[in-house]
Write a protein that binds this ligand. Sequence first.
Ligand code: FMN
Length: 364
Amino acid sequence: MSFYDKFTFKNGVELKNKLAMSPMTTYSGNKDGTISDQELTYYSERSKEVGMIITGTTFMQENGQGFENQFYAGNDDYIPSLERLSKAIKQHGAKAILQIFHAGRMSKPGLKENQDIVSASNIPAERENAPIPRELKDEEIQEIIKSFYEVTIRAIKAGFDGVEIHGANTYLIQQFFSPHSNRRIDKWGGNTFKRLKFPLKVVDSVIQAKNDMKKDDFIIGYRFSPEERENPGITLEDTKILVDKLCEKELDYLHISLGKYNQTSIREENNKITGKEILKVINGRVPLIGVGSIFSEEDLEKAEEIGYDLIAIGRGLLIEPKVITTLKNEKEIQKIIDKNNTTLPDNLLEKITKHQKSYGITIK
Ligand SMILES: Cc1cc2nc3c(=O)[nH]c(=O)nc-3n(C[C@H](O)[C@H](O)[C@H](O)COP(=O)(O)O)c2cc1C
């Protein structure tokens, strides 16, 4: 097996290889929430070699926005903007997957006046100056689930090959699953199984949209973070239950969110590779995308040994749009970006330049 070989999903859709672009927010949409020309160039340049591009995450509800200048997909007026994005990605043969989310309590404070920051419960995140979110009402939760249905219809109309449900990285879907952010005592909270209700309802809603549109070859993926550092927080045992339930759904892939593809637990001292533990639970029922600090052919070989079916590359593709050619010829991607020779959108380049250490990338 090699990640450079073709891959076929069980719905018959073929990828030219097993490498995907990991979803990355660009902070560079137009002020009105449409996709900008800089974003189109950025995606188009990065879609020439990998099999699949997962877009930076988009939002569908006013209070679901996470970041400044994030592109929006909350009503049908935005279908032409989304269509420009899917076309830019697909023109070179990559499949286009739209990542969809609600930021919940992780919405950046200051995005708008009288900002309505919401979550499963009114518990702030454990970070400096985190706002206290407003607990969502039952009817609002139903509305959010419906917004996942509607955005999937829009993604299909806009020509996307699939959607990825963003259940990772501490955003709203994860907030409902987490014992830290979900302290509800109604039907949306309680023990691990009860906290699964919202994520699974979102999955059902997205699958319903695909079925209603009779789009059998539409790809639906789900991204999750296996653990949280907080106490209480999501444990690997909780995630094994989530993953097992997700495997019973008509999903085309699962996507683990990790900083390093071969990392071990962030909560306990053991030497078990998290990706391997998850693969054991999946037991071949659905493909798993691995991710995290893939910068060399050696990394790819080690990721293959773990058993991931596909690999997503994030920063490697920010640095080097021709990621496969570079890996094959030079075996490694240098973590350096030449600011005068990059197709990164301005705001993204500015962010990376400001926080070079945390991104692990040098700008010269
Ligand atoms: C600039 C930037 C933006 C990101 N935005 C998202 C996002 O919108 N959705 C998401 O699921 N992950 C996001 N991530 C996480 C990446 O998808 C990926 O999991 C992470 O960077 C680790 O992979 P890497 O080491 O190959 O970069 C982002 C990462 C970066 C660097």
